[in-house]
Design a protein around this ligand. Structure first.
Ligand code: GDP
Length: 309
């Protein structure tokens, strides 16, 4: 684990062997390596600074226990701080509300919103049966789920969710041509209520970048649908931009959790830390593939080792 960083810190500390406690100079030399590791993992710069400022006092003066090298000691302190900043433990979806409980999916275009909507819909509608042991909490109850696409911008978007619904066996709100997003929201809520759905997943229109008109649209949808969960979907490849994206959405909506997609790719996942730091909200789920069962709970310790490399 952490071979990259461990090795680098080993090199830094080689000349310092034998000291009892970590001095300020040792720690600063080590933290320069940590800073590089975080930047390489695509953690946004302001978040890197915040991280270093947070971990520095924990490392200075720390006693190096006999069985480890100073490098290993710093890696442990850094890793523990990173896991803590990522939320510590797995964060469950909060579906404790009067049904239909609304999950609002927001994010940039192409981030994986529609795919993630279907993945969550599928997982919640399956209940504990056939469930990977990893899932628990809100996923251990079988729920009646409906999905609705509010994306009237991209012509094929509503159709895409409908097809995913057919593949996953999760019902979707019938499409009414030319209906506007707020009207669809209203109809989705009424239908879900009338037909006794437990959960309603609303997939919103994406944006290429932060766009005021679309932001207002999603804020209006949020005000109308009063979501219990507002999940910000972001691609794990998002680099320095993660902070801007997270801030823009979080300023307009109460983001309650993050879904990090494409964790199956090469990305080191620094976006998880950036977005968590900016919103203060946990990453709740990760997408690990294109198929609808490629969804997993987020384990802070696993991403921490990936970020530290
Ligand atoms: P949207 O515009 O935000 O709704 O994005 P889509 O859900 O249409 O996803 C865009 C593309 O990313 C599609 O080709 C998806 O199959 C793909 N995708 C979404 N999530 C994942 C993931 O976790 N892993 C991989 N490899 N591909 C994903």
């Amino acid at each position: 684990m952490f071979e990259g960083l461990s090795k680098r810190l080993g090199d830094v500390f080689d000349k310092l062997r034998g000291r009892g406690a970590l001095s300020e100079a040792d720690v600063d030399a080590a933290l320069r390596e940590v800073r590089t590791a975080l930047l390489e993992a695509d953690v946004a710069l302001p978040v890197v600074r915040q991280f270093i400022d947070g971990v520095r006092p924990k490392a200075i003066g720390a006693d190096v226990i006999r069985s480890v090298t100073p490098g290993q000691m710093v890696v442990k302190i850094v890793n523990d701080h990173l896991v803590e900043m990522l939320g510590g433990t797995v964060a469950d979806l909060d579906l404790n509300a009067i049904p239909p409980v609304v999950i609002l999916m927001v994010g940039l275009q192409g981030s994986g919103k529609t795919t993630s909507s279907a993945k969550i819909g599928y997982r919640l509608s399956q209940g504990p049966q056939g469930m990977a042991a990893e899932f628990g909490g809100s996923f251990s109850v079988k729920r009646k789920v409906m999905m609705a696409s509010l994306d009237t911008r991209r012509p094929a978007a509503q159709q895409q969710l409908k097809i995913l619904g057919e593949q996953t066996g999760v019902p979707t709100l019938p499409i009414v041509p030319l209906e506007m997003p707020l009207a669809i929201t209203r109809r989705a809520l009424e239908t879900a209520r009338r037909e006794g759905f437990d959960v309603l997943i609303l997939d919103t229109a994406g944006r290429l970048s932060i766009d005021e008109e679309l932001m207002k649209e999603v804020a209006d949808i949020s005000a109308l649908s009063k979501p219990q969960e507002t999940l910000l979907v972001a691609d794990a490849m998002t680099g320095q931009d993660a902070v801007n994206v997270a801030k823009a959405f979080n300023d307009r909506l109460t983001v309650t959790g993050i879904v990090l997609t494409r964790v199956d790719g090469d990305a080191r996942g620094g976006a998880a830390l950036s977005m968590r730091a900016v919103t203060g909200r946990p990453v709740k789920l990760i997408g690990v593939g294109e198929k609808f069962d490629a969804l997993e709970p987020f384990h802070p310790d696993r991403i921490a080792s990936r970020i530290l490399g």
